[in-house]
Design a protein around this ligand. Structure first.
Ligand code: SF4
Length: 354
């Protein structure tokens, strides 16, 4: 074993030449949940190189298990066959001994093949499994973190989901909070999701109901929604979407008393930061393996709705037209979960009004 796990402190790995590549070009949240696998692999082989999307790269480039991050803009500058071939050639020049493929796509498999690495390890249920030299049975249940770790043969204890912040990341978040006069005990809200049906429509009502400062987090694409949510809490609602980079946003979430989020990437950022979570699930279910992991975390969901879950990601529009999985989750139920996790209460009139 070549790594030293501190008790929540820094982890160091010995500095062998990089022999191992991980290709993970899935969504942001998936990349965050891959960090325990990266730590396990670094423990065995030394720090790894990772191919990931430009959006996710900042989450990995400071991680102690990562030697270097190779950006692959699969929907932009590197799209299509030409991009795959170009990157494949680059990877071949690095002469990796092995490639791990947690993302079960043909694109990742093609990059693995083109890298020329003699060992290619991925999941047996991948459509591209025929291209792997070692196929690992993907567990049918359990959290995604442990499922991904099976690629490394399992790891006990499970390394933490981790984002390594720099002093600048923390300073940027603290400066933003100072500038807006937000002290401790605020509630972070993440109302966005790229999947329409995963967005709980109650964030405006929740922001109005809570007796605490609320800070809305997310990307630039969430800006309009975030403004409406922040405006519902006059004098104590703030919109931080697009104000900080990804690690700065993680640092901000790290300062919150609790994060209220849909089943989307901020949930996993909070897991990495150790911030308690109230996670709202609609068309998807925690049993898919992407739920919160903390002892204090709460899940709010419509447990008895027979149409749940209706798809792996959550469709853009409810196929039944009613979206009851989300519209029937009351502000009161989410506010009660916030109070249980953080002690932040809601106004009595609103709390009893749903
Ligand atoms: S079909 Fe059911 S689970 Fe799917 S979006 Fe509609 S209400 Fe939600």
């Amino acid at each position: 074993m070549s790594c030293v796990h501190g008790n929540g402190g820094p982890t160091t790995y010995d500095l062998r030449p990089t022999t191992t590549l991980v290709i993970q070009t899935a969504f942001l949240g998936d990349v965050v949940l891959t960090t325990p696998l990266l730590a396990a692999l670094a423990g065995r082989h030394g720090p790894v190189d990772v191919v990931t999307t430009p959006a996710a790269a900042p989450l990995l480039e400071t991680h102690p298990a990562v030697a270097s991050v190779i950006r692959y803009d699969k929907r932009g500058a590197d799209r299509g066959l030409a991009g795959i071939v170009r990157l494949g050639r680059r990877l071949r020049g690095r002469r990796y001994a092995r490639v791990y493929l947690p993302h079960r796509s043909w694109r990742s498999a093609a990059l693995g093949l083109l890298s020329g690495a003699p060992e290619r390890i991925g999941f047996a249920d991948s459509p591209a499994a025929v291209t792997y030299t070692r196929r690992v049975l993907r567990p049918g249940a359990g959290h995604e973190v442990e499922r991904l770790l099976t690629l490394a043969g399992g790891e006990t204890p499970t390394p933490p989901v981790r984002i390594e912040l720099t002093a600048d990341d923390r300073a940027a978040a603290d400066a933003w909070l100072r500038e807006h006069g937000v002290g401790g005990g605020f509630v972070a809200l993440a109302p966005g999701s790229i999947w329409g049906t995963k967005r709980w429509p109650g964030y405006v009502g929740l922001a109005a109901a809570l007796d605490a400062p609320v800070v809305v987090v997310g990307g630039r694409e969430d800006m309009l929604l975030a403004e409406a949510v922040a405006a519902a809490a006059p004098g104590r609602g703030y919109n931080a979407t697009g104000a900080l980079g990804l690690r700065g946003s993680a640092a901000l979430i790290g300062r919150a008393a609790v994060l209220v989020t849909n089943d989307s990437a901020p949930l996993h950022l909070a897991t990495a930061m150790g911030t308690p979570v109230v996670a709202i699930f609609g068309p998807t279910v925690p049993a898919f393996g992407f739920g919160p992991r903390g002892a204090r975390d709460r899940i709010v969901e419509h447990a008895d709705l027979p149409c749940r879950p209706c798809s792996a990601h959550g469709p853009q529009v409810c196929p039944l037209g009613h979206h009851r999985c989300m519209t029937e989750l009351s502000v009161a139920s989410v506010a009660a979960a916030v109070a249980a996790v953080s002690g932040v209460e809601a106004h009595r009139a609103i709390r009893t009004g749903h």
